[in-house]
Design a protein around this ligand. Structure first.
Ligand code: AQP
Length: 328
């Protein structure tokens, strides 16, 4: 039997090339090797306040982007987290076996809670909900960007703790990072990962950004004081631009060196712009076609929910039985 893959994206902000290279592109590559489930994780999004109207629209936008990026709904499941009750239900059952200290150690929690005046308990429980998403489908493989590695480790810790307390129940998921593009950095601050919620207008390149805007953002990207590319002394900004080129083009290390060593930064940026635009333009075209037919999109999400709901129900039932809580 094929292993199962699960991964998700929050319907918040504008999806950027970090999300694409760290997650979506990898999904399209691995989808046929596994039984694949790709999820719009709206219950994660509400761990910080979202405008209800914007959230509703964002869910459909992200679903369309999954398909436009190359997720094949005839083979892979595309679904919305809140449409399957098991995510929230399993999350509570797993909360009861998760020590608070494990959650307080999460770097994403520390970073995000520092930005909030009042820290919602949902923000702290975020990694338990993520563990529930994965364990609910007994997923063996989780393709994510590097920023999610710590949450995946926690998922395995929670699964192990549950299995040792109540008996073998959950499949142990493995983290699958892309070989390049696992951590795309901000164009303006190359020491920070590219993030949807970062404030700067030159921080991230959106998957839906038009070519002119991509060109403008790249022309302003931080480099360093060298006049041209020097692979021995380059700073993180130049390294990031080269990494983006390499990840989009699937270019080898040797070919990168042969092409870019000694190149002036203006020409480097021109090459990176062309590479990004040539990849994003067809995705943007498909996105326009898909969003022109909202009924089609909704039918994919409904079919996705119906396909995976029985798996979720069976895991929740087993988990409840193991714990001794009531099952009818
Ligand atoms: N900079 C990145 N490089 C590579 N992969 C990344 N991912 C996110 N940023 C990068 C991967 O994208 C997937 C979906 O991410 P998410 O929407 O669930 O949440 P996130 O990781 O919190 O995304 P952002 O962009 O940083 O949003 P905010 O600013 O809201 O926190 C995941 O697989 C993630 O690894």
């Amino acid at each position: 039997m094929k292993k199962r893959v699960f991964s998700g994206v929050q319907p918040t902000g504008n999806l950027h090339i970090g999300n694409y290279l760290g997650a979506l592109k990898n999904w399209t590559k691995v989808q046929y090797d596994y039984e694949s489930i790709f999820c719009i994780v709206d219950l994660h999004a509400i761990t910080v306040y979202q405008s209800p109207e914007e959230l509703k629209a964002k869910i459909l936008e992200i679903a369309a982007l999954f398909l436009a990026a190359g997720i094949d709904p005839a083979h892979s499941t595309v679904m919305v987290q809140s449409s399957v009750a098991g995510h929230a239900e399993l999350s509570w059952l797993l909360t009861c076996v998760t020590p608070v200290g494990w959650l307080e150690r999460m770097t994403q929690y520390k970073a995000k809670s520092a930005l909030q005046e009042t820290i919602g308990s949902g923000l702290m429980q975020y990694p338990v909900l993520m563990a529930a998403d994965i364990l609910l489908y007994q997923a063996g493989v989780v393709p994510v960007g590097d920023d999610q590695s710590q949450h995946l480790e926690l998922t395995r810790d929670i699964a192990q703790r549950f299995n040792s307390l109540y008996g073998e129940t959950f499949v142990m998921p493995e983290t699958k990072l892309p070989t390049v593009g696992a951590r795309v950095m901000g164009l303006d601050e190359p020491d920070k990962k590219m993030s949807k919620s970062a404030p700067g207008s030159n921080h991230a390149i959106g998957i839906l950004d038009p070519p002119e805007l991509i060109k403008k953002k790249l022309s302003r990207a931080t480099t360093d004081s060298n006049p041209h590319v020097d692979f021995d002394t380059m700073g993180p900004g130049v390294q990031n631009l080269l990494g983006i080129y390499q990840a989009f083009g699937s270019v080898s290390e040797d070919d990168m060196k042969a092409k870019f060593a000694g190149m002036r930064y203006g020409d480097l940026k021109k090459n990176v712009t062309e590479m990004i635009v040539s990849h994003l333009e067809p995705i943007q075209q498909r996105y326009r076609e898909i969003t022109a037919d909202p009924a089609y999109l909704l039918s994919i999400l409904t079919a996705g929910r119906d396909r995976v709901a029985p798996i979720a129900e069976s895991t929740v039932r087993l988990t409840k039985q193991r714990m001794g809580v009531f099952t009818s």
